[in-house]
Design a binder for this molecule. Structure first.
Ligand SMILES: NC(=O)c1ccc[n+]([C@@H]2O[C@H](COP(=O)([O-])OP(=O)(O)OC[C@H]3O[C@@H](n4cnc5c(N)ncnc54)[C@H](OP(=O)(O)O)[C@@H]3O)[C@@H](O)[C@H]2O)c1
Length: 325
C-alpha cells in the first residue's frame, strides 16, 4: 500500500522504517515491488558507532581497550556493527537469539568469519591497526589467507579467535554481557534483554532496538551505567519534518536520514537490504552524511536529551563504584 502510494507520487526511493525492515527480512520480501527501497541500516550503524564513540570520549575511555557486546549480532545492523567495531575494539562478544541456539551459533560463527575476512582485506590494503585491537590480533595470526579465499579459511581463523578468547559467541546474554564495557542492542526481540543485573560496572549501553531492549530499571538501579539511544540524527537546518516520533523539531531516526540522503543523491537503487549492510555501504553513508550535513543528535537516554546533571551523576557513580570495588 505504502509502496503503491510512493510509486504513484513519483518517489525515487522508499525508506522501510525499522519495523517494516525487520518484518520484510531486511527488505528482501519487497525487493521486486518495482521501486527502490532502503532499510536505512547502513547509516544506523554509522550513527550508533558515533554515539558510542562520543560517549566514550566524554568518559575518557579509549575504544581500543574496550570489550564490546553486540546483542543481535547475526542481524542486519548487528553484523554491520561487528565489522565496523572489529577494527577498533579489543574484544567482541556476539550475542544471538536464544530461541534456536544451534542455528544461532552457526550464524554467529559465520559473522565472525565475515569479520575476519574484512580485517584481512584491510590488512591486504596496508592498513595498520592500533596495538591491542582485534585488527592487530588478526594481523598477528599465522598464515593469513587471501581476502578472496573460501569461507572455510575464515571460519577456521574465527574459531582461533574464539579459542584465544578475543571473540565470544553466545546466546546466553546473562552469562556473557557482564563482560562487556560497551553494549549495543539491535534485535527484533520485544523483550527487555538488558537489565541492571547483567551489566558490567560503568558499562556504556547503546539501545538501537525498537521497541527498546534495555529495561528502564537500569536508569534507577545502575547510576554507574550510561544508557544512550542510538540512531538519532539532526537533519541539516533542523526543518519541520511534519512528524516528530517523540523528538524535538529537526531530529529523525538514522534509517529515515539514510532515505533522505539517498534521495538527495538521486540514488534510486536498493540500498542496505538483506545482509547487504556492507562496510562499503556503511562508509559511503558516513561520507554522504558529511557531504549533506547530517550529524548525530546530542546524546539522548530513554527518549530524552542527556542533561549535564545526568552526566555528572553518571561520572560520580562510576567513580564511587570503582572506589568501592
Ligand atoms: N534507531 C534506528 O534508527 C533504527 C533503524 C533501523 C532499525 N532499528 C531497530 O534495530 C533493530 C535491529 O534491526 P535489524 O534490521 O538489524 O533486524 P534483523 O536483521 O531482523 O536482526 C535482528 C537480530 O536479532 C536477533 N535476535 C532476536 N532475539 C534475540 C535475543 N533475545 N537475543 C539476541 N538476538 C536476538 C535475531 O535473530 P533471529 O534471526 O534468529 O530471529 C536477528 O539476528 C530492530 O529493533 C529495529 O527496529 C533501529
Amino acid at each position: 500500500m505504502a509502496l503503491e502510494l510512493a510509486r504513484e507520487n513519483g518517489a525515487g526511493i522508499v525508506g522501510l522504517g525499522a519495523y517494516t525492515a525487520v518484518a520484510s527480512r531486511a527488505g528482501l520480501y519487497l525487493r521486486n515491488e518495482g521501486i527502490a527501497i532502503t532499510t536505512g541500516n547502513s547509516y544506523t550503524v554509522v550513527a550508533a558507532a558515533e554515539a558510542v564513540l562520543t560517549a566514550l570520549e566524554r568518559l575518557e575511555s579509549p575504544l581500543s581497550q574496550v570489550t564490546a557486546g553486540i546483542v543481535g549480532a547475526a542481524g542486519s545492523i548487528g553484523r554491520g556493527l561487528t565489522l565496523l567495531l572489529s577494527e577498533n575494539v579489543a574484544r567482541l562478544i556476539l550475542v544471538g537469539n536464544p530461541e534456536h541456539p544451534e542455528k544461532t551459533r552457526a550464524r554467529l560463527r559465520e559473522v565472525a568469519a565475515q569479520m575476519v575476512r574484512h580485517l584481512v582485506g584491510q590488512l591486504a590494503k596496508g592498513r595498520k591497526f592500533e596495538r591491542g585491537t582485534l585488527g592487530a590480533t588478526v594481523a598477528a595470526l599465522d598464515g593469513l589467507p587471501n581476502p578472496e579465499a573460501e569461507e572455510e579459511a575464515f571460519l577456521r581463523l574465527a574459531d582461533e579467535l574464539v579459542r584465544e578468547g578475543v571473540v565470544l559467541l553466545s546466546s546466553d546474554i546473562d552469562a556473557v554481557l557482564p563482560g562487556a564495557d560497551v553494549v549495543i542492542t539491535a534485535t527484533n526481540s520485544l523483550g527487555k534483554l538488558v537489565t541492571p543485573d547483567n551489566l558490567k560496572l560503568g558499562a556504556v549501553v547503546c539501545d538501537l532496538s525498537r521497541p527498546p531492549n534495555v529495561s528502564r530499571e537500569v536508569a534507577d538501579r545502575r547510576p554507574d551505567v550510561l544508557v544512550i539511544d542510538g540512531g538519532v540524527i539532526e537533519v541539516p537546518g533542523r526543518p519541520d519534518l511534519g512528524w516528530d516520533f517523540g523528538f524535538e523539531e529537526g531530529l529523525a531516526y538514522a534509517c529515515m536520514a539514510e532515505t533522505m540522503m539517498l534521495a538527495l543523491e538521486h540514488h534510486y537503487q536498493h540500498t542496505s537490504i538483506g545482509s547487504g549492510v556492507t562496510v562499503e555501504s556503511i562508509l559511503w553513508m558516513r561520507n554522504l552524511a558529511q557531504k549533506h550535513g547530517f550529524t548525530i543528535a546530542d546524546l539522548r537516554s530513554f527518549d530524552r536529551p542527556l542533561t549535564e546533571r545526568q552526566w555528572t551523576r553518571t561520572l560520580r557513580a562510576r567513580r564511587e563504584a570503582r572506589c568501592a570495588g
